[in-house]
Design a protein around this ligand. Structure first.
Ligand code: ZN
Length: 308
């Protein structure tokens, strides 16, 4: 009886030891996972921020644990990545086959700007001076250094001023406001310098696109958004200084025209923008196809897809 108790005790000690060891192993595994997980979180999170946004937003990401920088799902194709990015700024996404879609294809690169300080209009065409003015009244503007009356949205002006500290980059016309943020009337005046109403009709029907690289139809210029400037850029160092500060050529064939995209060059493809070299000039254009425009002829039936 005594012997039996002894064996039974010995057995229970062994099983207790075994269970304790298992618990200890589980504890170590859980504990080590808890240690490595936050380490991963801390290092990966700011890195994503720096990769996907401007250096300014990157700093914000590190200091704030709440705001997660947006990056399109890289499993989507270029067109889908672009559309998912612009949906954050453009509440109404134009449908293929519409004039608004043609404009988005030509001038829409500015809509991928991730900077929350940057404002873009709800749609890519203003009907008149009043609509333009109402939008411009909501903007926080900044002056381009060394100019009398050249204004851009503040983040865009700040970035341009940084580039112009690195290199001497003159405005196309010297220092006039016509190179910077324009009124509806100025946009209209420029259009009539190069084109007429018949041309506008052809553009609206997708039959003519080249003119869009020369002059913007009334109410559609990136200059109305305070995110574009016309510059006299003659060398690679000037281009580099602009690119490093989020400024790119985004309108094909419009050589003096620069757009504030607010991204690093290596991140532009993530947002669906395509690198297009035309006669030695690199443009970052939208991935929207003219074919999308030509195939769809359902004008005025359903002009927009409204984002949920
Ligand atoms: Zn321009």
């Amino acid at each position: 009886m005594k012997k039996k108790t002894y064996y039974s005790n010995k057995l229970s000690i062994r099983s207790t030891t075994f269970i304790s060891t298992v618990i200890l192993i589980i504890f170590i595994l859980v504990a080590s996972n808890k240690i490595t997980h936050p380490q991963l979180y801390i290092t990966v999170q700011p890195l994503n921020g720096c990769l996907n946004t401007t250096s300014l937003s990157c700093k914000n990401t590190i200091s704030s644990s709440v705001v997660t920088p947006f990056s399109p799902n890289q499993e989507l194709n270029g067109r889908e990545r672009f559309l998912s990015a612009i949906a954050r700024k453009l509440t109404i996404i134009p449908q293929p086959g519409t004039f608004e879609y043609i404009l988005l294809r030509a001038y829409g690169a500015a809509f991928v700007n991730p900077d929350t300080e940057i404002k873009l209009p709800q749609k890519d065409i203003f009907a008149n001076e009043q609509e333009t003015q109402e939008f411009q009244d909501t903007l926080i503007m900044g002056q381009v250094d060394g100019t009398k009356d050249c204004y851009l949205q503040k983040s865009a002006a700040d970035a341009l001023n940084k580039a112009r500290l690195l290199q001497n980059i003159p405005l196309k016309s010297g220092y006039g406001s016509g190179d910077c943020t324009r009124t509806f009337a100025t946009n209209l005046r420029f259009w009539h310098k190069y084109a007429n109403n018949q041309m506008l009709e052809r553009v609206q029907q997708g039959k003519e696109t080249k003119i869009l690289g020369l002059v913007a139809p009334p109410g559609t210029s990136q200059h109305l958004w305070g995110l574009a400037i016309d510059l006299r850029v003659s060398n690679q160092q000037q281009k580099q200084a602009l690119n490093q500060n989020g400024w790119f050529q985004t309108v094909e064939n419009d050589i003096p025209h620069w757009t504030y995209v607010g991204l690093r060059e290596e991140n532009l493809p993530q947002f669906g923008l395509k690198n297009q070299v035309v006669r030695g000039t690199t443009y970052w254009v939208t991935p929207l196809q003219l074919l999308d425009v030509m195939q769809s002829r359902e004008y005025s039936i359903r002009r927009y897809i409204v984002r949920e």
